[in-house]
Design a protein around this ligand. Structure first.
Ligand code: BG6
Length: 476
């Protein structure tokens, strides 16, 4: 029989997006260019390319996105109709600091988010805000090489400070760096670019670049957490980790040990966020690799002083590894298909049980509140002639994941703050730049090349999720 239990009261049901994937208006209100503005359209077999400047013959999907910048009141109203308690978005850094290194912020940019947050609060929707979500100001990349440069710490912390001061009465829930651990896969150009604004040069060691950049980001995150708490002790400032649990392919002890090292390698970022210090295995690894990283004693003290209040994480899929004779995990080469789970059209392995596993794993490791700030199925949708979308596949995906979450909370005692499924309104895919990889409860009439009316339509999943929220998860 179906599990009719409810989630704890005050559970934050909502949805999640990121500025660059839906706002558009890429030059409006004094906004500077961000790295997302130079990211072309790709698809699942062709990665997006990064151009040096805006080329006339290329299409850049983030420039217009779904025009949320001009249409947000209509969209927030639809979220309110679904009963959202919270709405996760990011602040486009280059709306506030067009170049990233200015002393004074851009008032027009600040005003935009004031209006957006007010619009949410009008319906009792709590904004949940990511400070850096794959949208570093382009100037910081061109002038400083992105997070290769320690100066980025200062620029980011200034940005965070301005945002906390301006919005702390409107925004209680914050996260510092979106999916800071994607760059574990340092061989993928896209991840080093989106996480750290780094475009490696010929002959550079991507792995070393990644560890140095991540260190600066973690120090910046810790400084921001500390400042935020000093300003307003009520602020809840979390990390944001891309959680893909990594299973051993078999029970062979070598596979188990290798999977453990893979987990350590993918999640040391949250170890530092939550514990405030580096795990010893990683320090040993730096020595073994002869990486001479710029990690100062002052940095180490700051990491301790700025540990996070909660772990925000995305969950889409799980990974599997097999030991092949080398000890260190390399995400670009070591993943194998899991014979027990099916994958989405984009090859993401669908595994609801893995979400319960992840919730327990994080709890055992950090003993902190958790927040599932992304989850969902990217799929092709058909808009019918009468403007409906029968997305039973999406409903099934979400049903199965929410059920596992429910068991983690009610049976296992996991402290879960809320659930904000990804792309609650269709938006530009971060990975491919496509519109056709859709996640939303709300359909947006726009194709991969930006054609369409941009009209919004409620999918079947819209009514389904509305009922889930209304019954606080009793009816899935
Ligand atoms: C996460 C990101 O990687 O997953 C989002 O935080 C992203 O920005 C989402 O959009 C889904 O990935 P994709 O590639 O399907 O857009």
């Amino acid at each position: 029989a179906e599990d009719k239990r409810e989630f704890p009261k005050d559970f934050l049901w909502g949805g999640a997006v990121a500025a660059h994937q839906l706002e558009g208006g890429y030059q409006d209100g004094g906004k500077g260019l961000s790295i997302a503005d130079l990211f072309t359209l790709g698809d699942k077999d062709h990665p997006r390319t990064i151009t040096k400047k805006i080329e006339a013959d290329q299409y850049y999907p983030n420039h217009k996105a779904i025009d949320f910048y001009h249409r947000y009141p209509e969209d927030i109203k639809l979220f309110a109709e679904m009963g959202f308690k919270c709405f996760r978005t990011s602040i486009a850094w280059s709306r506030i600091f067009p170049n990233g290194d200015e002393a004074e912020p851009n008032e027009e940019g600040l005003k935009f988010y004031d209006d957006l947050f007010d619009e949410c609060l009008k319906y009792d929707i709590q904004p949940v805000v990511t400070l850096s979500h794959f949208e570093i100001p382009l100037h910081l990349v061109q002038e400083y090489g992105g997070w290769r440069d320690r100066k980025l710490i200062k620029f980011f912390v200034h940005f965070a400070d301005v945002c906390f001061k301006r919005y702390h009465n409107k925004v209680k829930y914050w996260m510092t760096f979106n999916e800071i651990n994607n760059q574990t896969d340092f061989e993928a150009a896209g991840h080093l670019y989106t996480d750290s604004g780094i475009v490696p040069e010929e002959g550079e060691d991507n792995e070393k670049l990644m560890y140095q950049a991540a260190h600066y980001e973690l120090v910046a995150s810790a400084q921001a957490v500390k400042l935020g708490h000093q300003l307003d002790p009520d602020l809840q400032i979390g990390s944001m980790i891309a959680m893909c649990p990594i299973y051993p392919l078999t029970s062979k002890p070598e596979d188990i040990l290798f999977a453990q090292r893979a987990m350590q390698t993918r999640y040391w970022f949250s170890d530092v966020h939550a514990n405030g210090f580096y795990p010893q295995w990683l320090l040993n690894f730096f020595e073994k690799k002869n990486f001479k990283l710029d990690i100062t004693t002052a940095d180490l003290a700051q990491l301790k002083e700025g540990t996070v209040d909660y772990i925000g994480f995305s969950y889409y899929m799980s990974f599997t590894v097999k030991y092949t004779g080398h000890e260190d995990y390399n995400e670009a080469h070591d993943l194998v298909p899991n014979p027990y789970v099916k994958a989405s059209e984009w090859g993401w392995q669908i595994d609801p049980t893995g979400l319960r596993y992840a919730l327990n794993w994080f709890t055992d490791r950090y003993h902190l509140p958790l927040f599932v700030v992304e989850n969902g199925l990217g799929a092709v949708d058909q808009l019918t002639e009468d403007h409906k979308v029968h997305d039973d596949y999406r409903i099934k995906y979400m049903h199965d994941h929410i059920l596992q979450m429910k068991r983690a909370v009610l049976d296992d005692g996991v402290d879960l703050m809320g659930y904000t499924p990804w792309g609650c309104i269709d938006l530009v895919s971060a990975g491919t730049g496509e519109m056709s990889k859709r996640y939303g409860f709300i359909y947006v009439d726009e194709d991969d090349h930006g054609n369409g009316s941009l009209d919004r339509y409620r999918k079947d999943s819209f009514y389904w999720f509305k009922n889930v929220i209304e019954t606080n998860g009793a009816e899935l």
